[in-house]
Design a protein around this ligand. Structure first.
Ligand code: SF4
Ligand code: SF4
Length: 171
């Protein structure tokens, strides 16, 4: 009877003097593992051209359907994404988009501080995705004004509500 009591007390006393395992965030930052899947980043070639060729593979494979791409062709006849958006509020950080990309144009950084005050701020556009997260933290967080996600039977559909209304194309 007294044995388990002493054993329990000894365990309590041992942990009383052990170093704490908790971290005082945000003063103390958690150091993610190198393969941690955090905020995405689009990459450029050395000459500054965006690597993405708007092939839509990432958007197709994305299980959360949170990638929106609009392709365009430049003067050299190369395809590039005129629009590239990821809704981090929907993303499940599975990494499928990175694995599917044939051009190694997108990667997932270890940046994990992604909290925002509203859902629209969770939508990162191409310019935001091209910036490394360290720069993104210092600068203004880019968001897409007026963008919403509508869930229909066929899956989520992205809408630029304000822009469509302004253009008189809204249903
Ligand atoms: S990490 Fe997964 S859910 Fe997020 S954008 Fe990529 S494919 Fe979609
Ligand atoms: S799979 Fe790669 S190249 Fe294709 S649209 Fe996505 S990021 Fe761009």
């Amino acid at each position: 009877m007294i044995g388990p009591l002493i054993k329990g007390l000894a365990l309590t006393i041992r942990y009383l003097f052990a170093p704490p395992v908790t971290e005082e965030y945000p003063e103390e930052r958690w150091e993610p593992f190198p393969r941690y899947r955090g905020r995405h980043q689009l990459l450029r070639h050395e000459d500054g051209r965006i690597k993405c060729v708007a092939c839509m593979l990432c958007a197709t494979v994305c299980p959360a359907r949170c990638i929106r791409i609009e392709g365009a062709v430049n003067e050299q006849g190369e395809q590039y994404p005129a629009t590239y958006e990821i809704d981090l509020g929907r993303c499940i950080f599975c990494g499928f988009c990175v694995e599917a990309c044939p051009k190694e144009a997108i990667l997932m950084t270890t940046h994990y501080e992604l909290a925002a005050l509203d859902r629209r701020s969770m939508i990162l556009d191409k310019e935001a995705l091209l910036r490394p997260p360290a720069e993104e933290e210092q600068g203004e967080r880019t968001r897409v004004p007026g963008s919403l996600v509508r869930i229909s039977k066929r899956g989520p559909r992205w809408m630029g509500m304000k822009r469509e209304k302004q253009a008189g194309t809204a249903a």
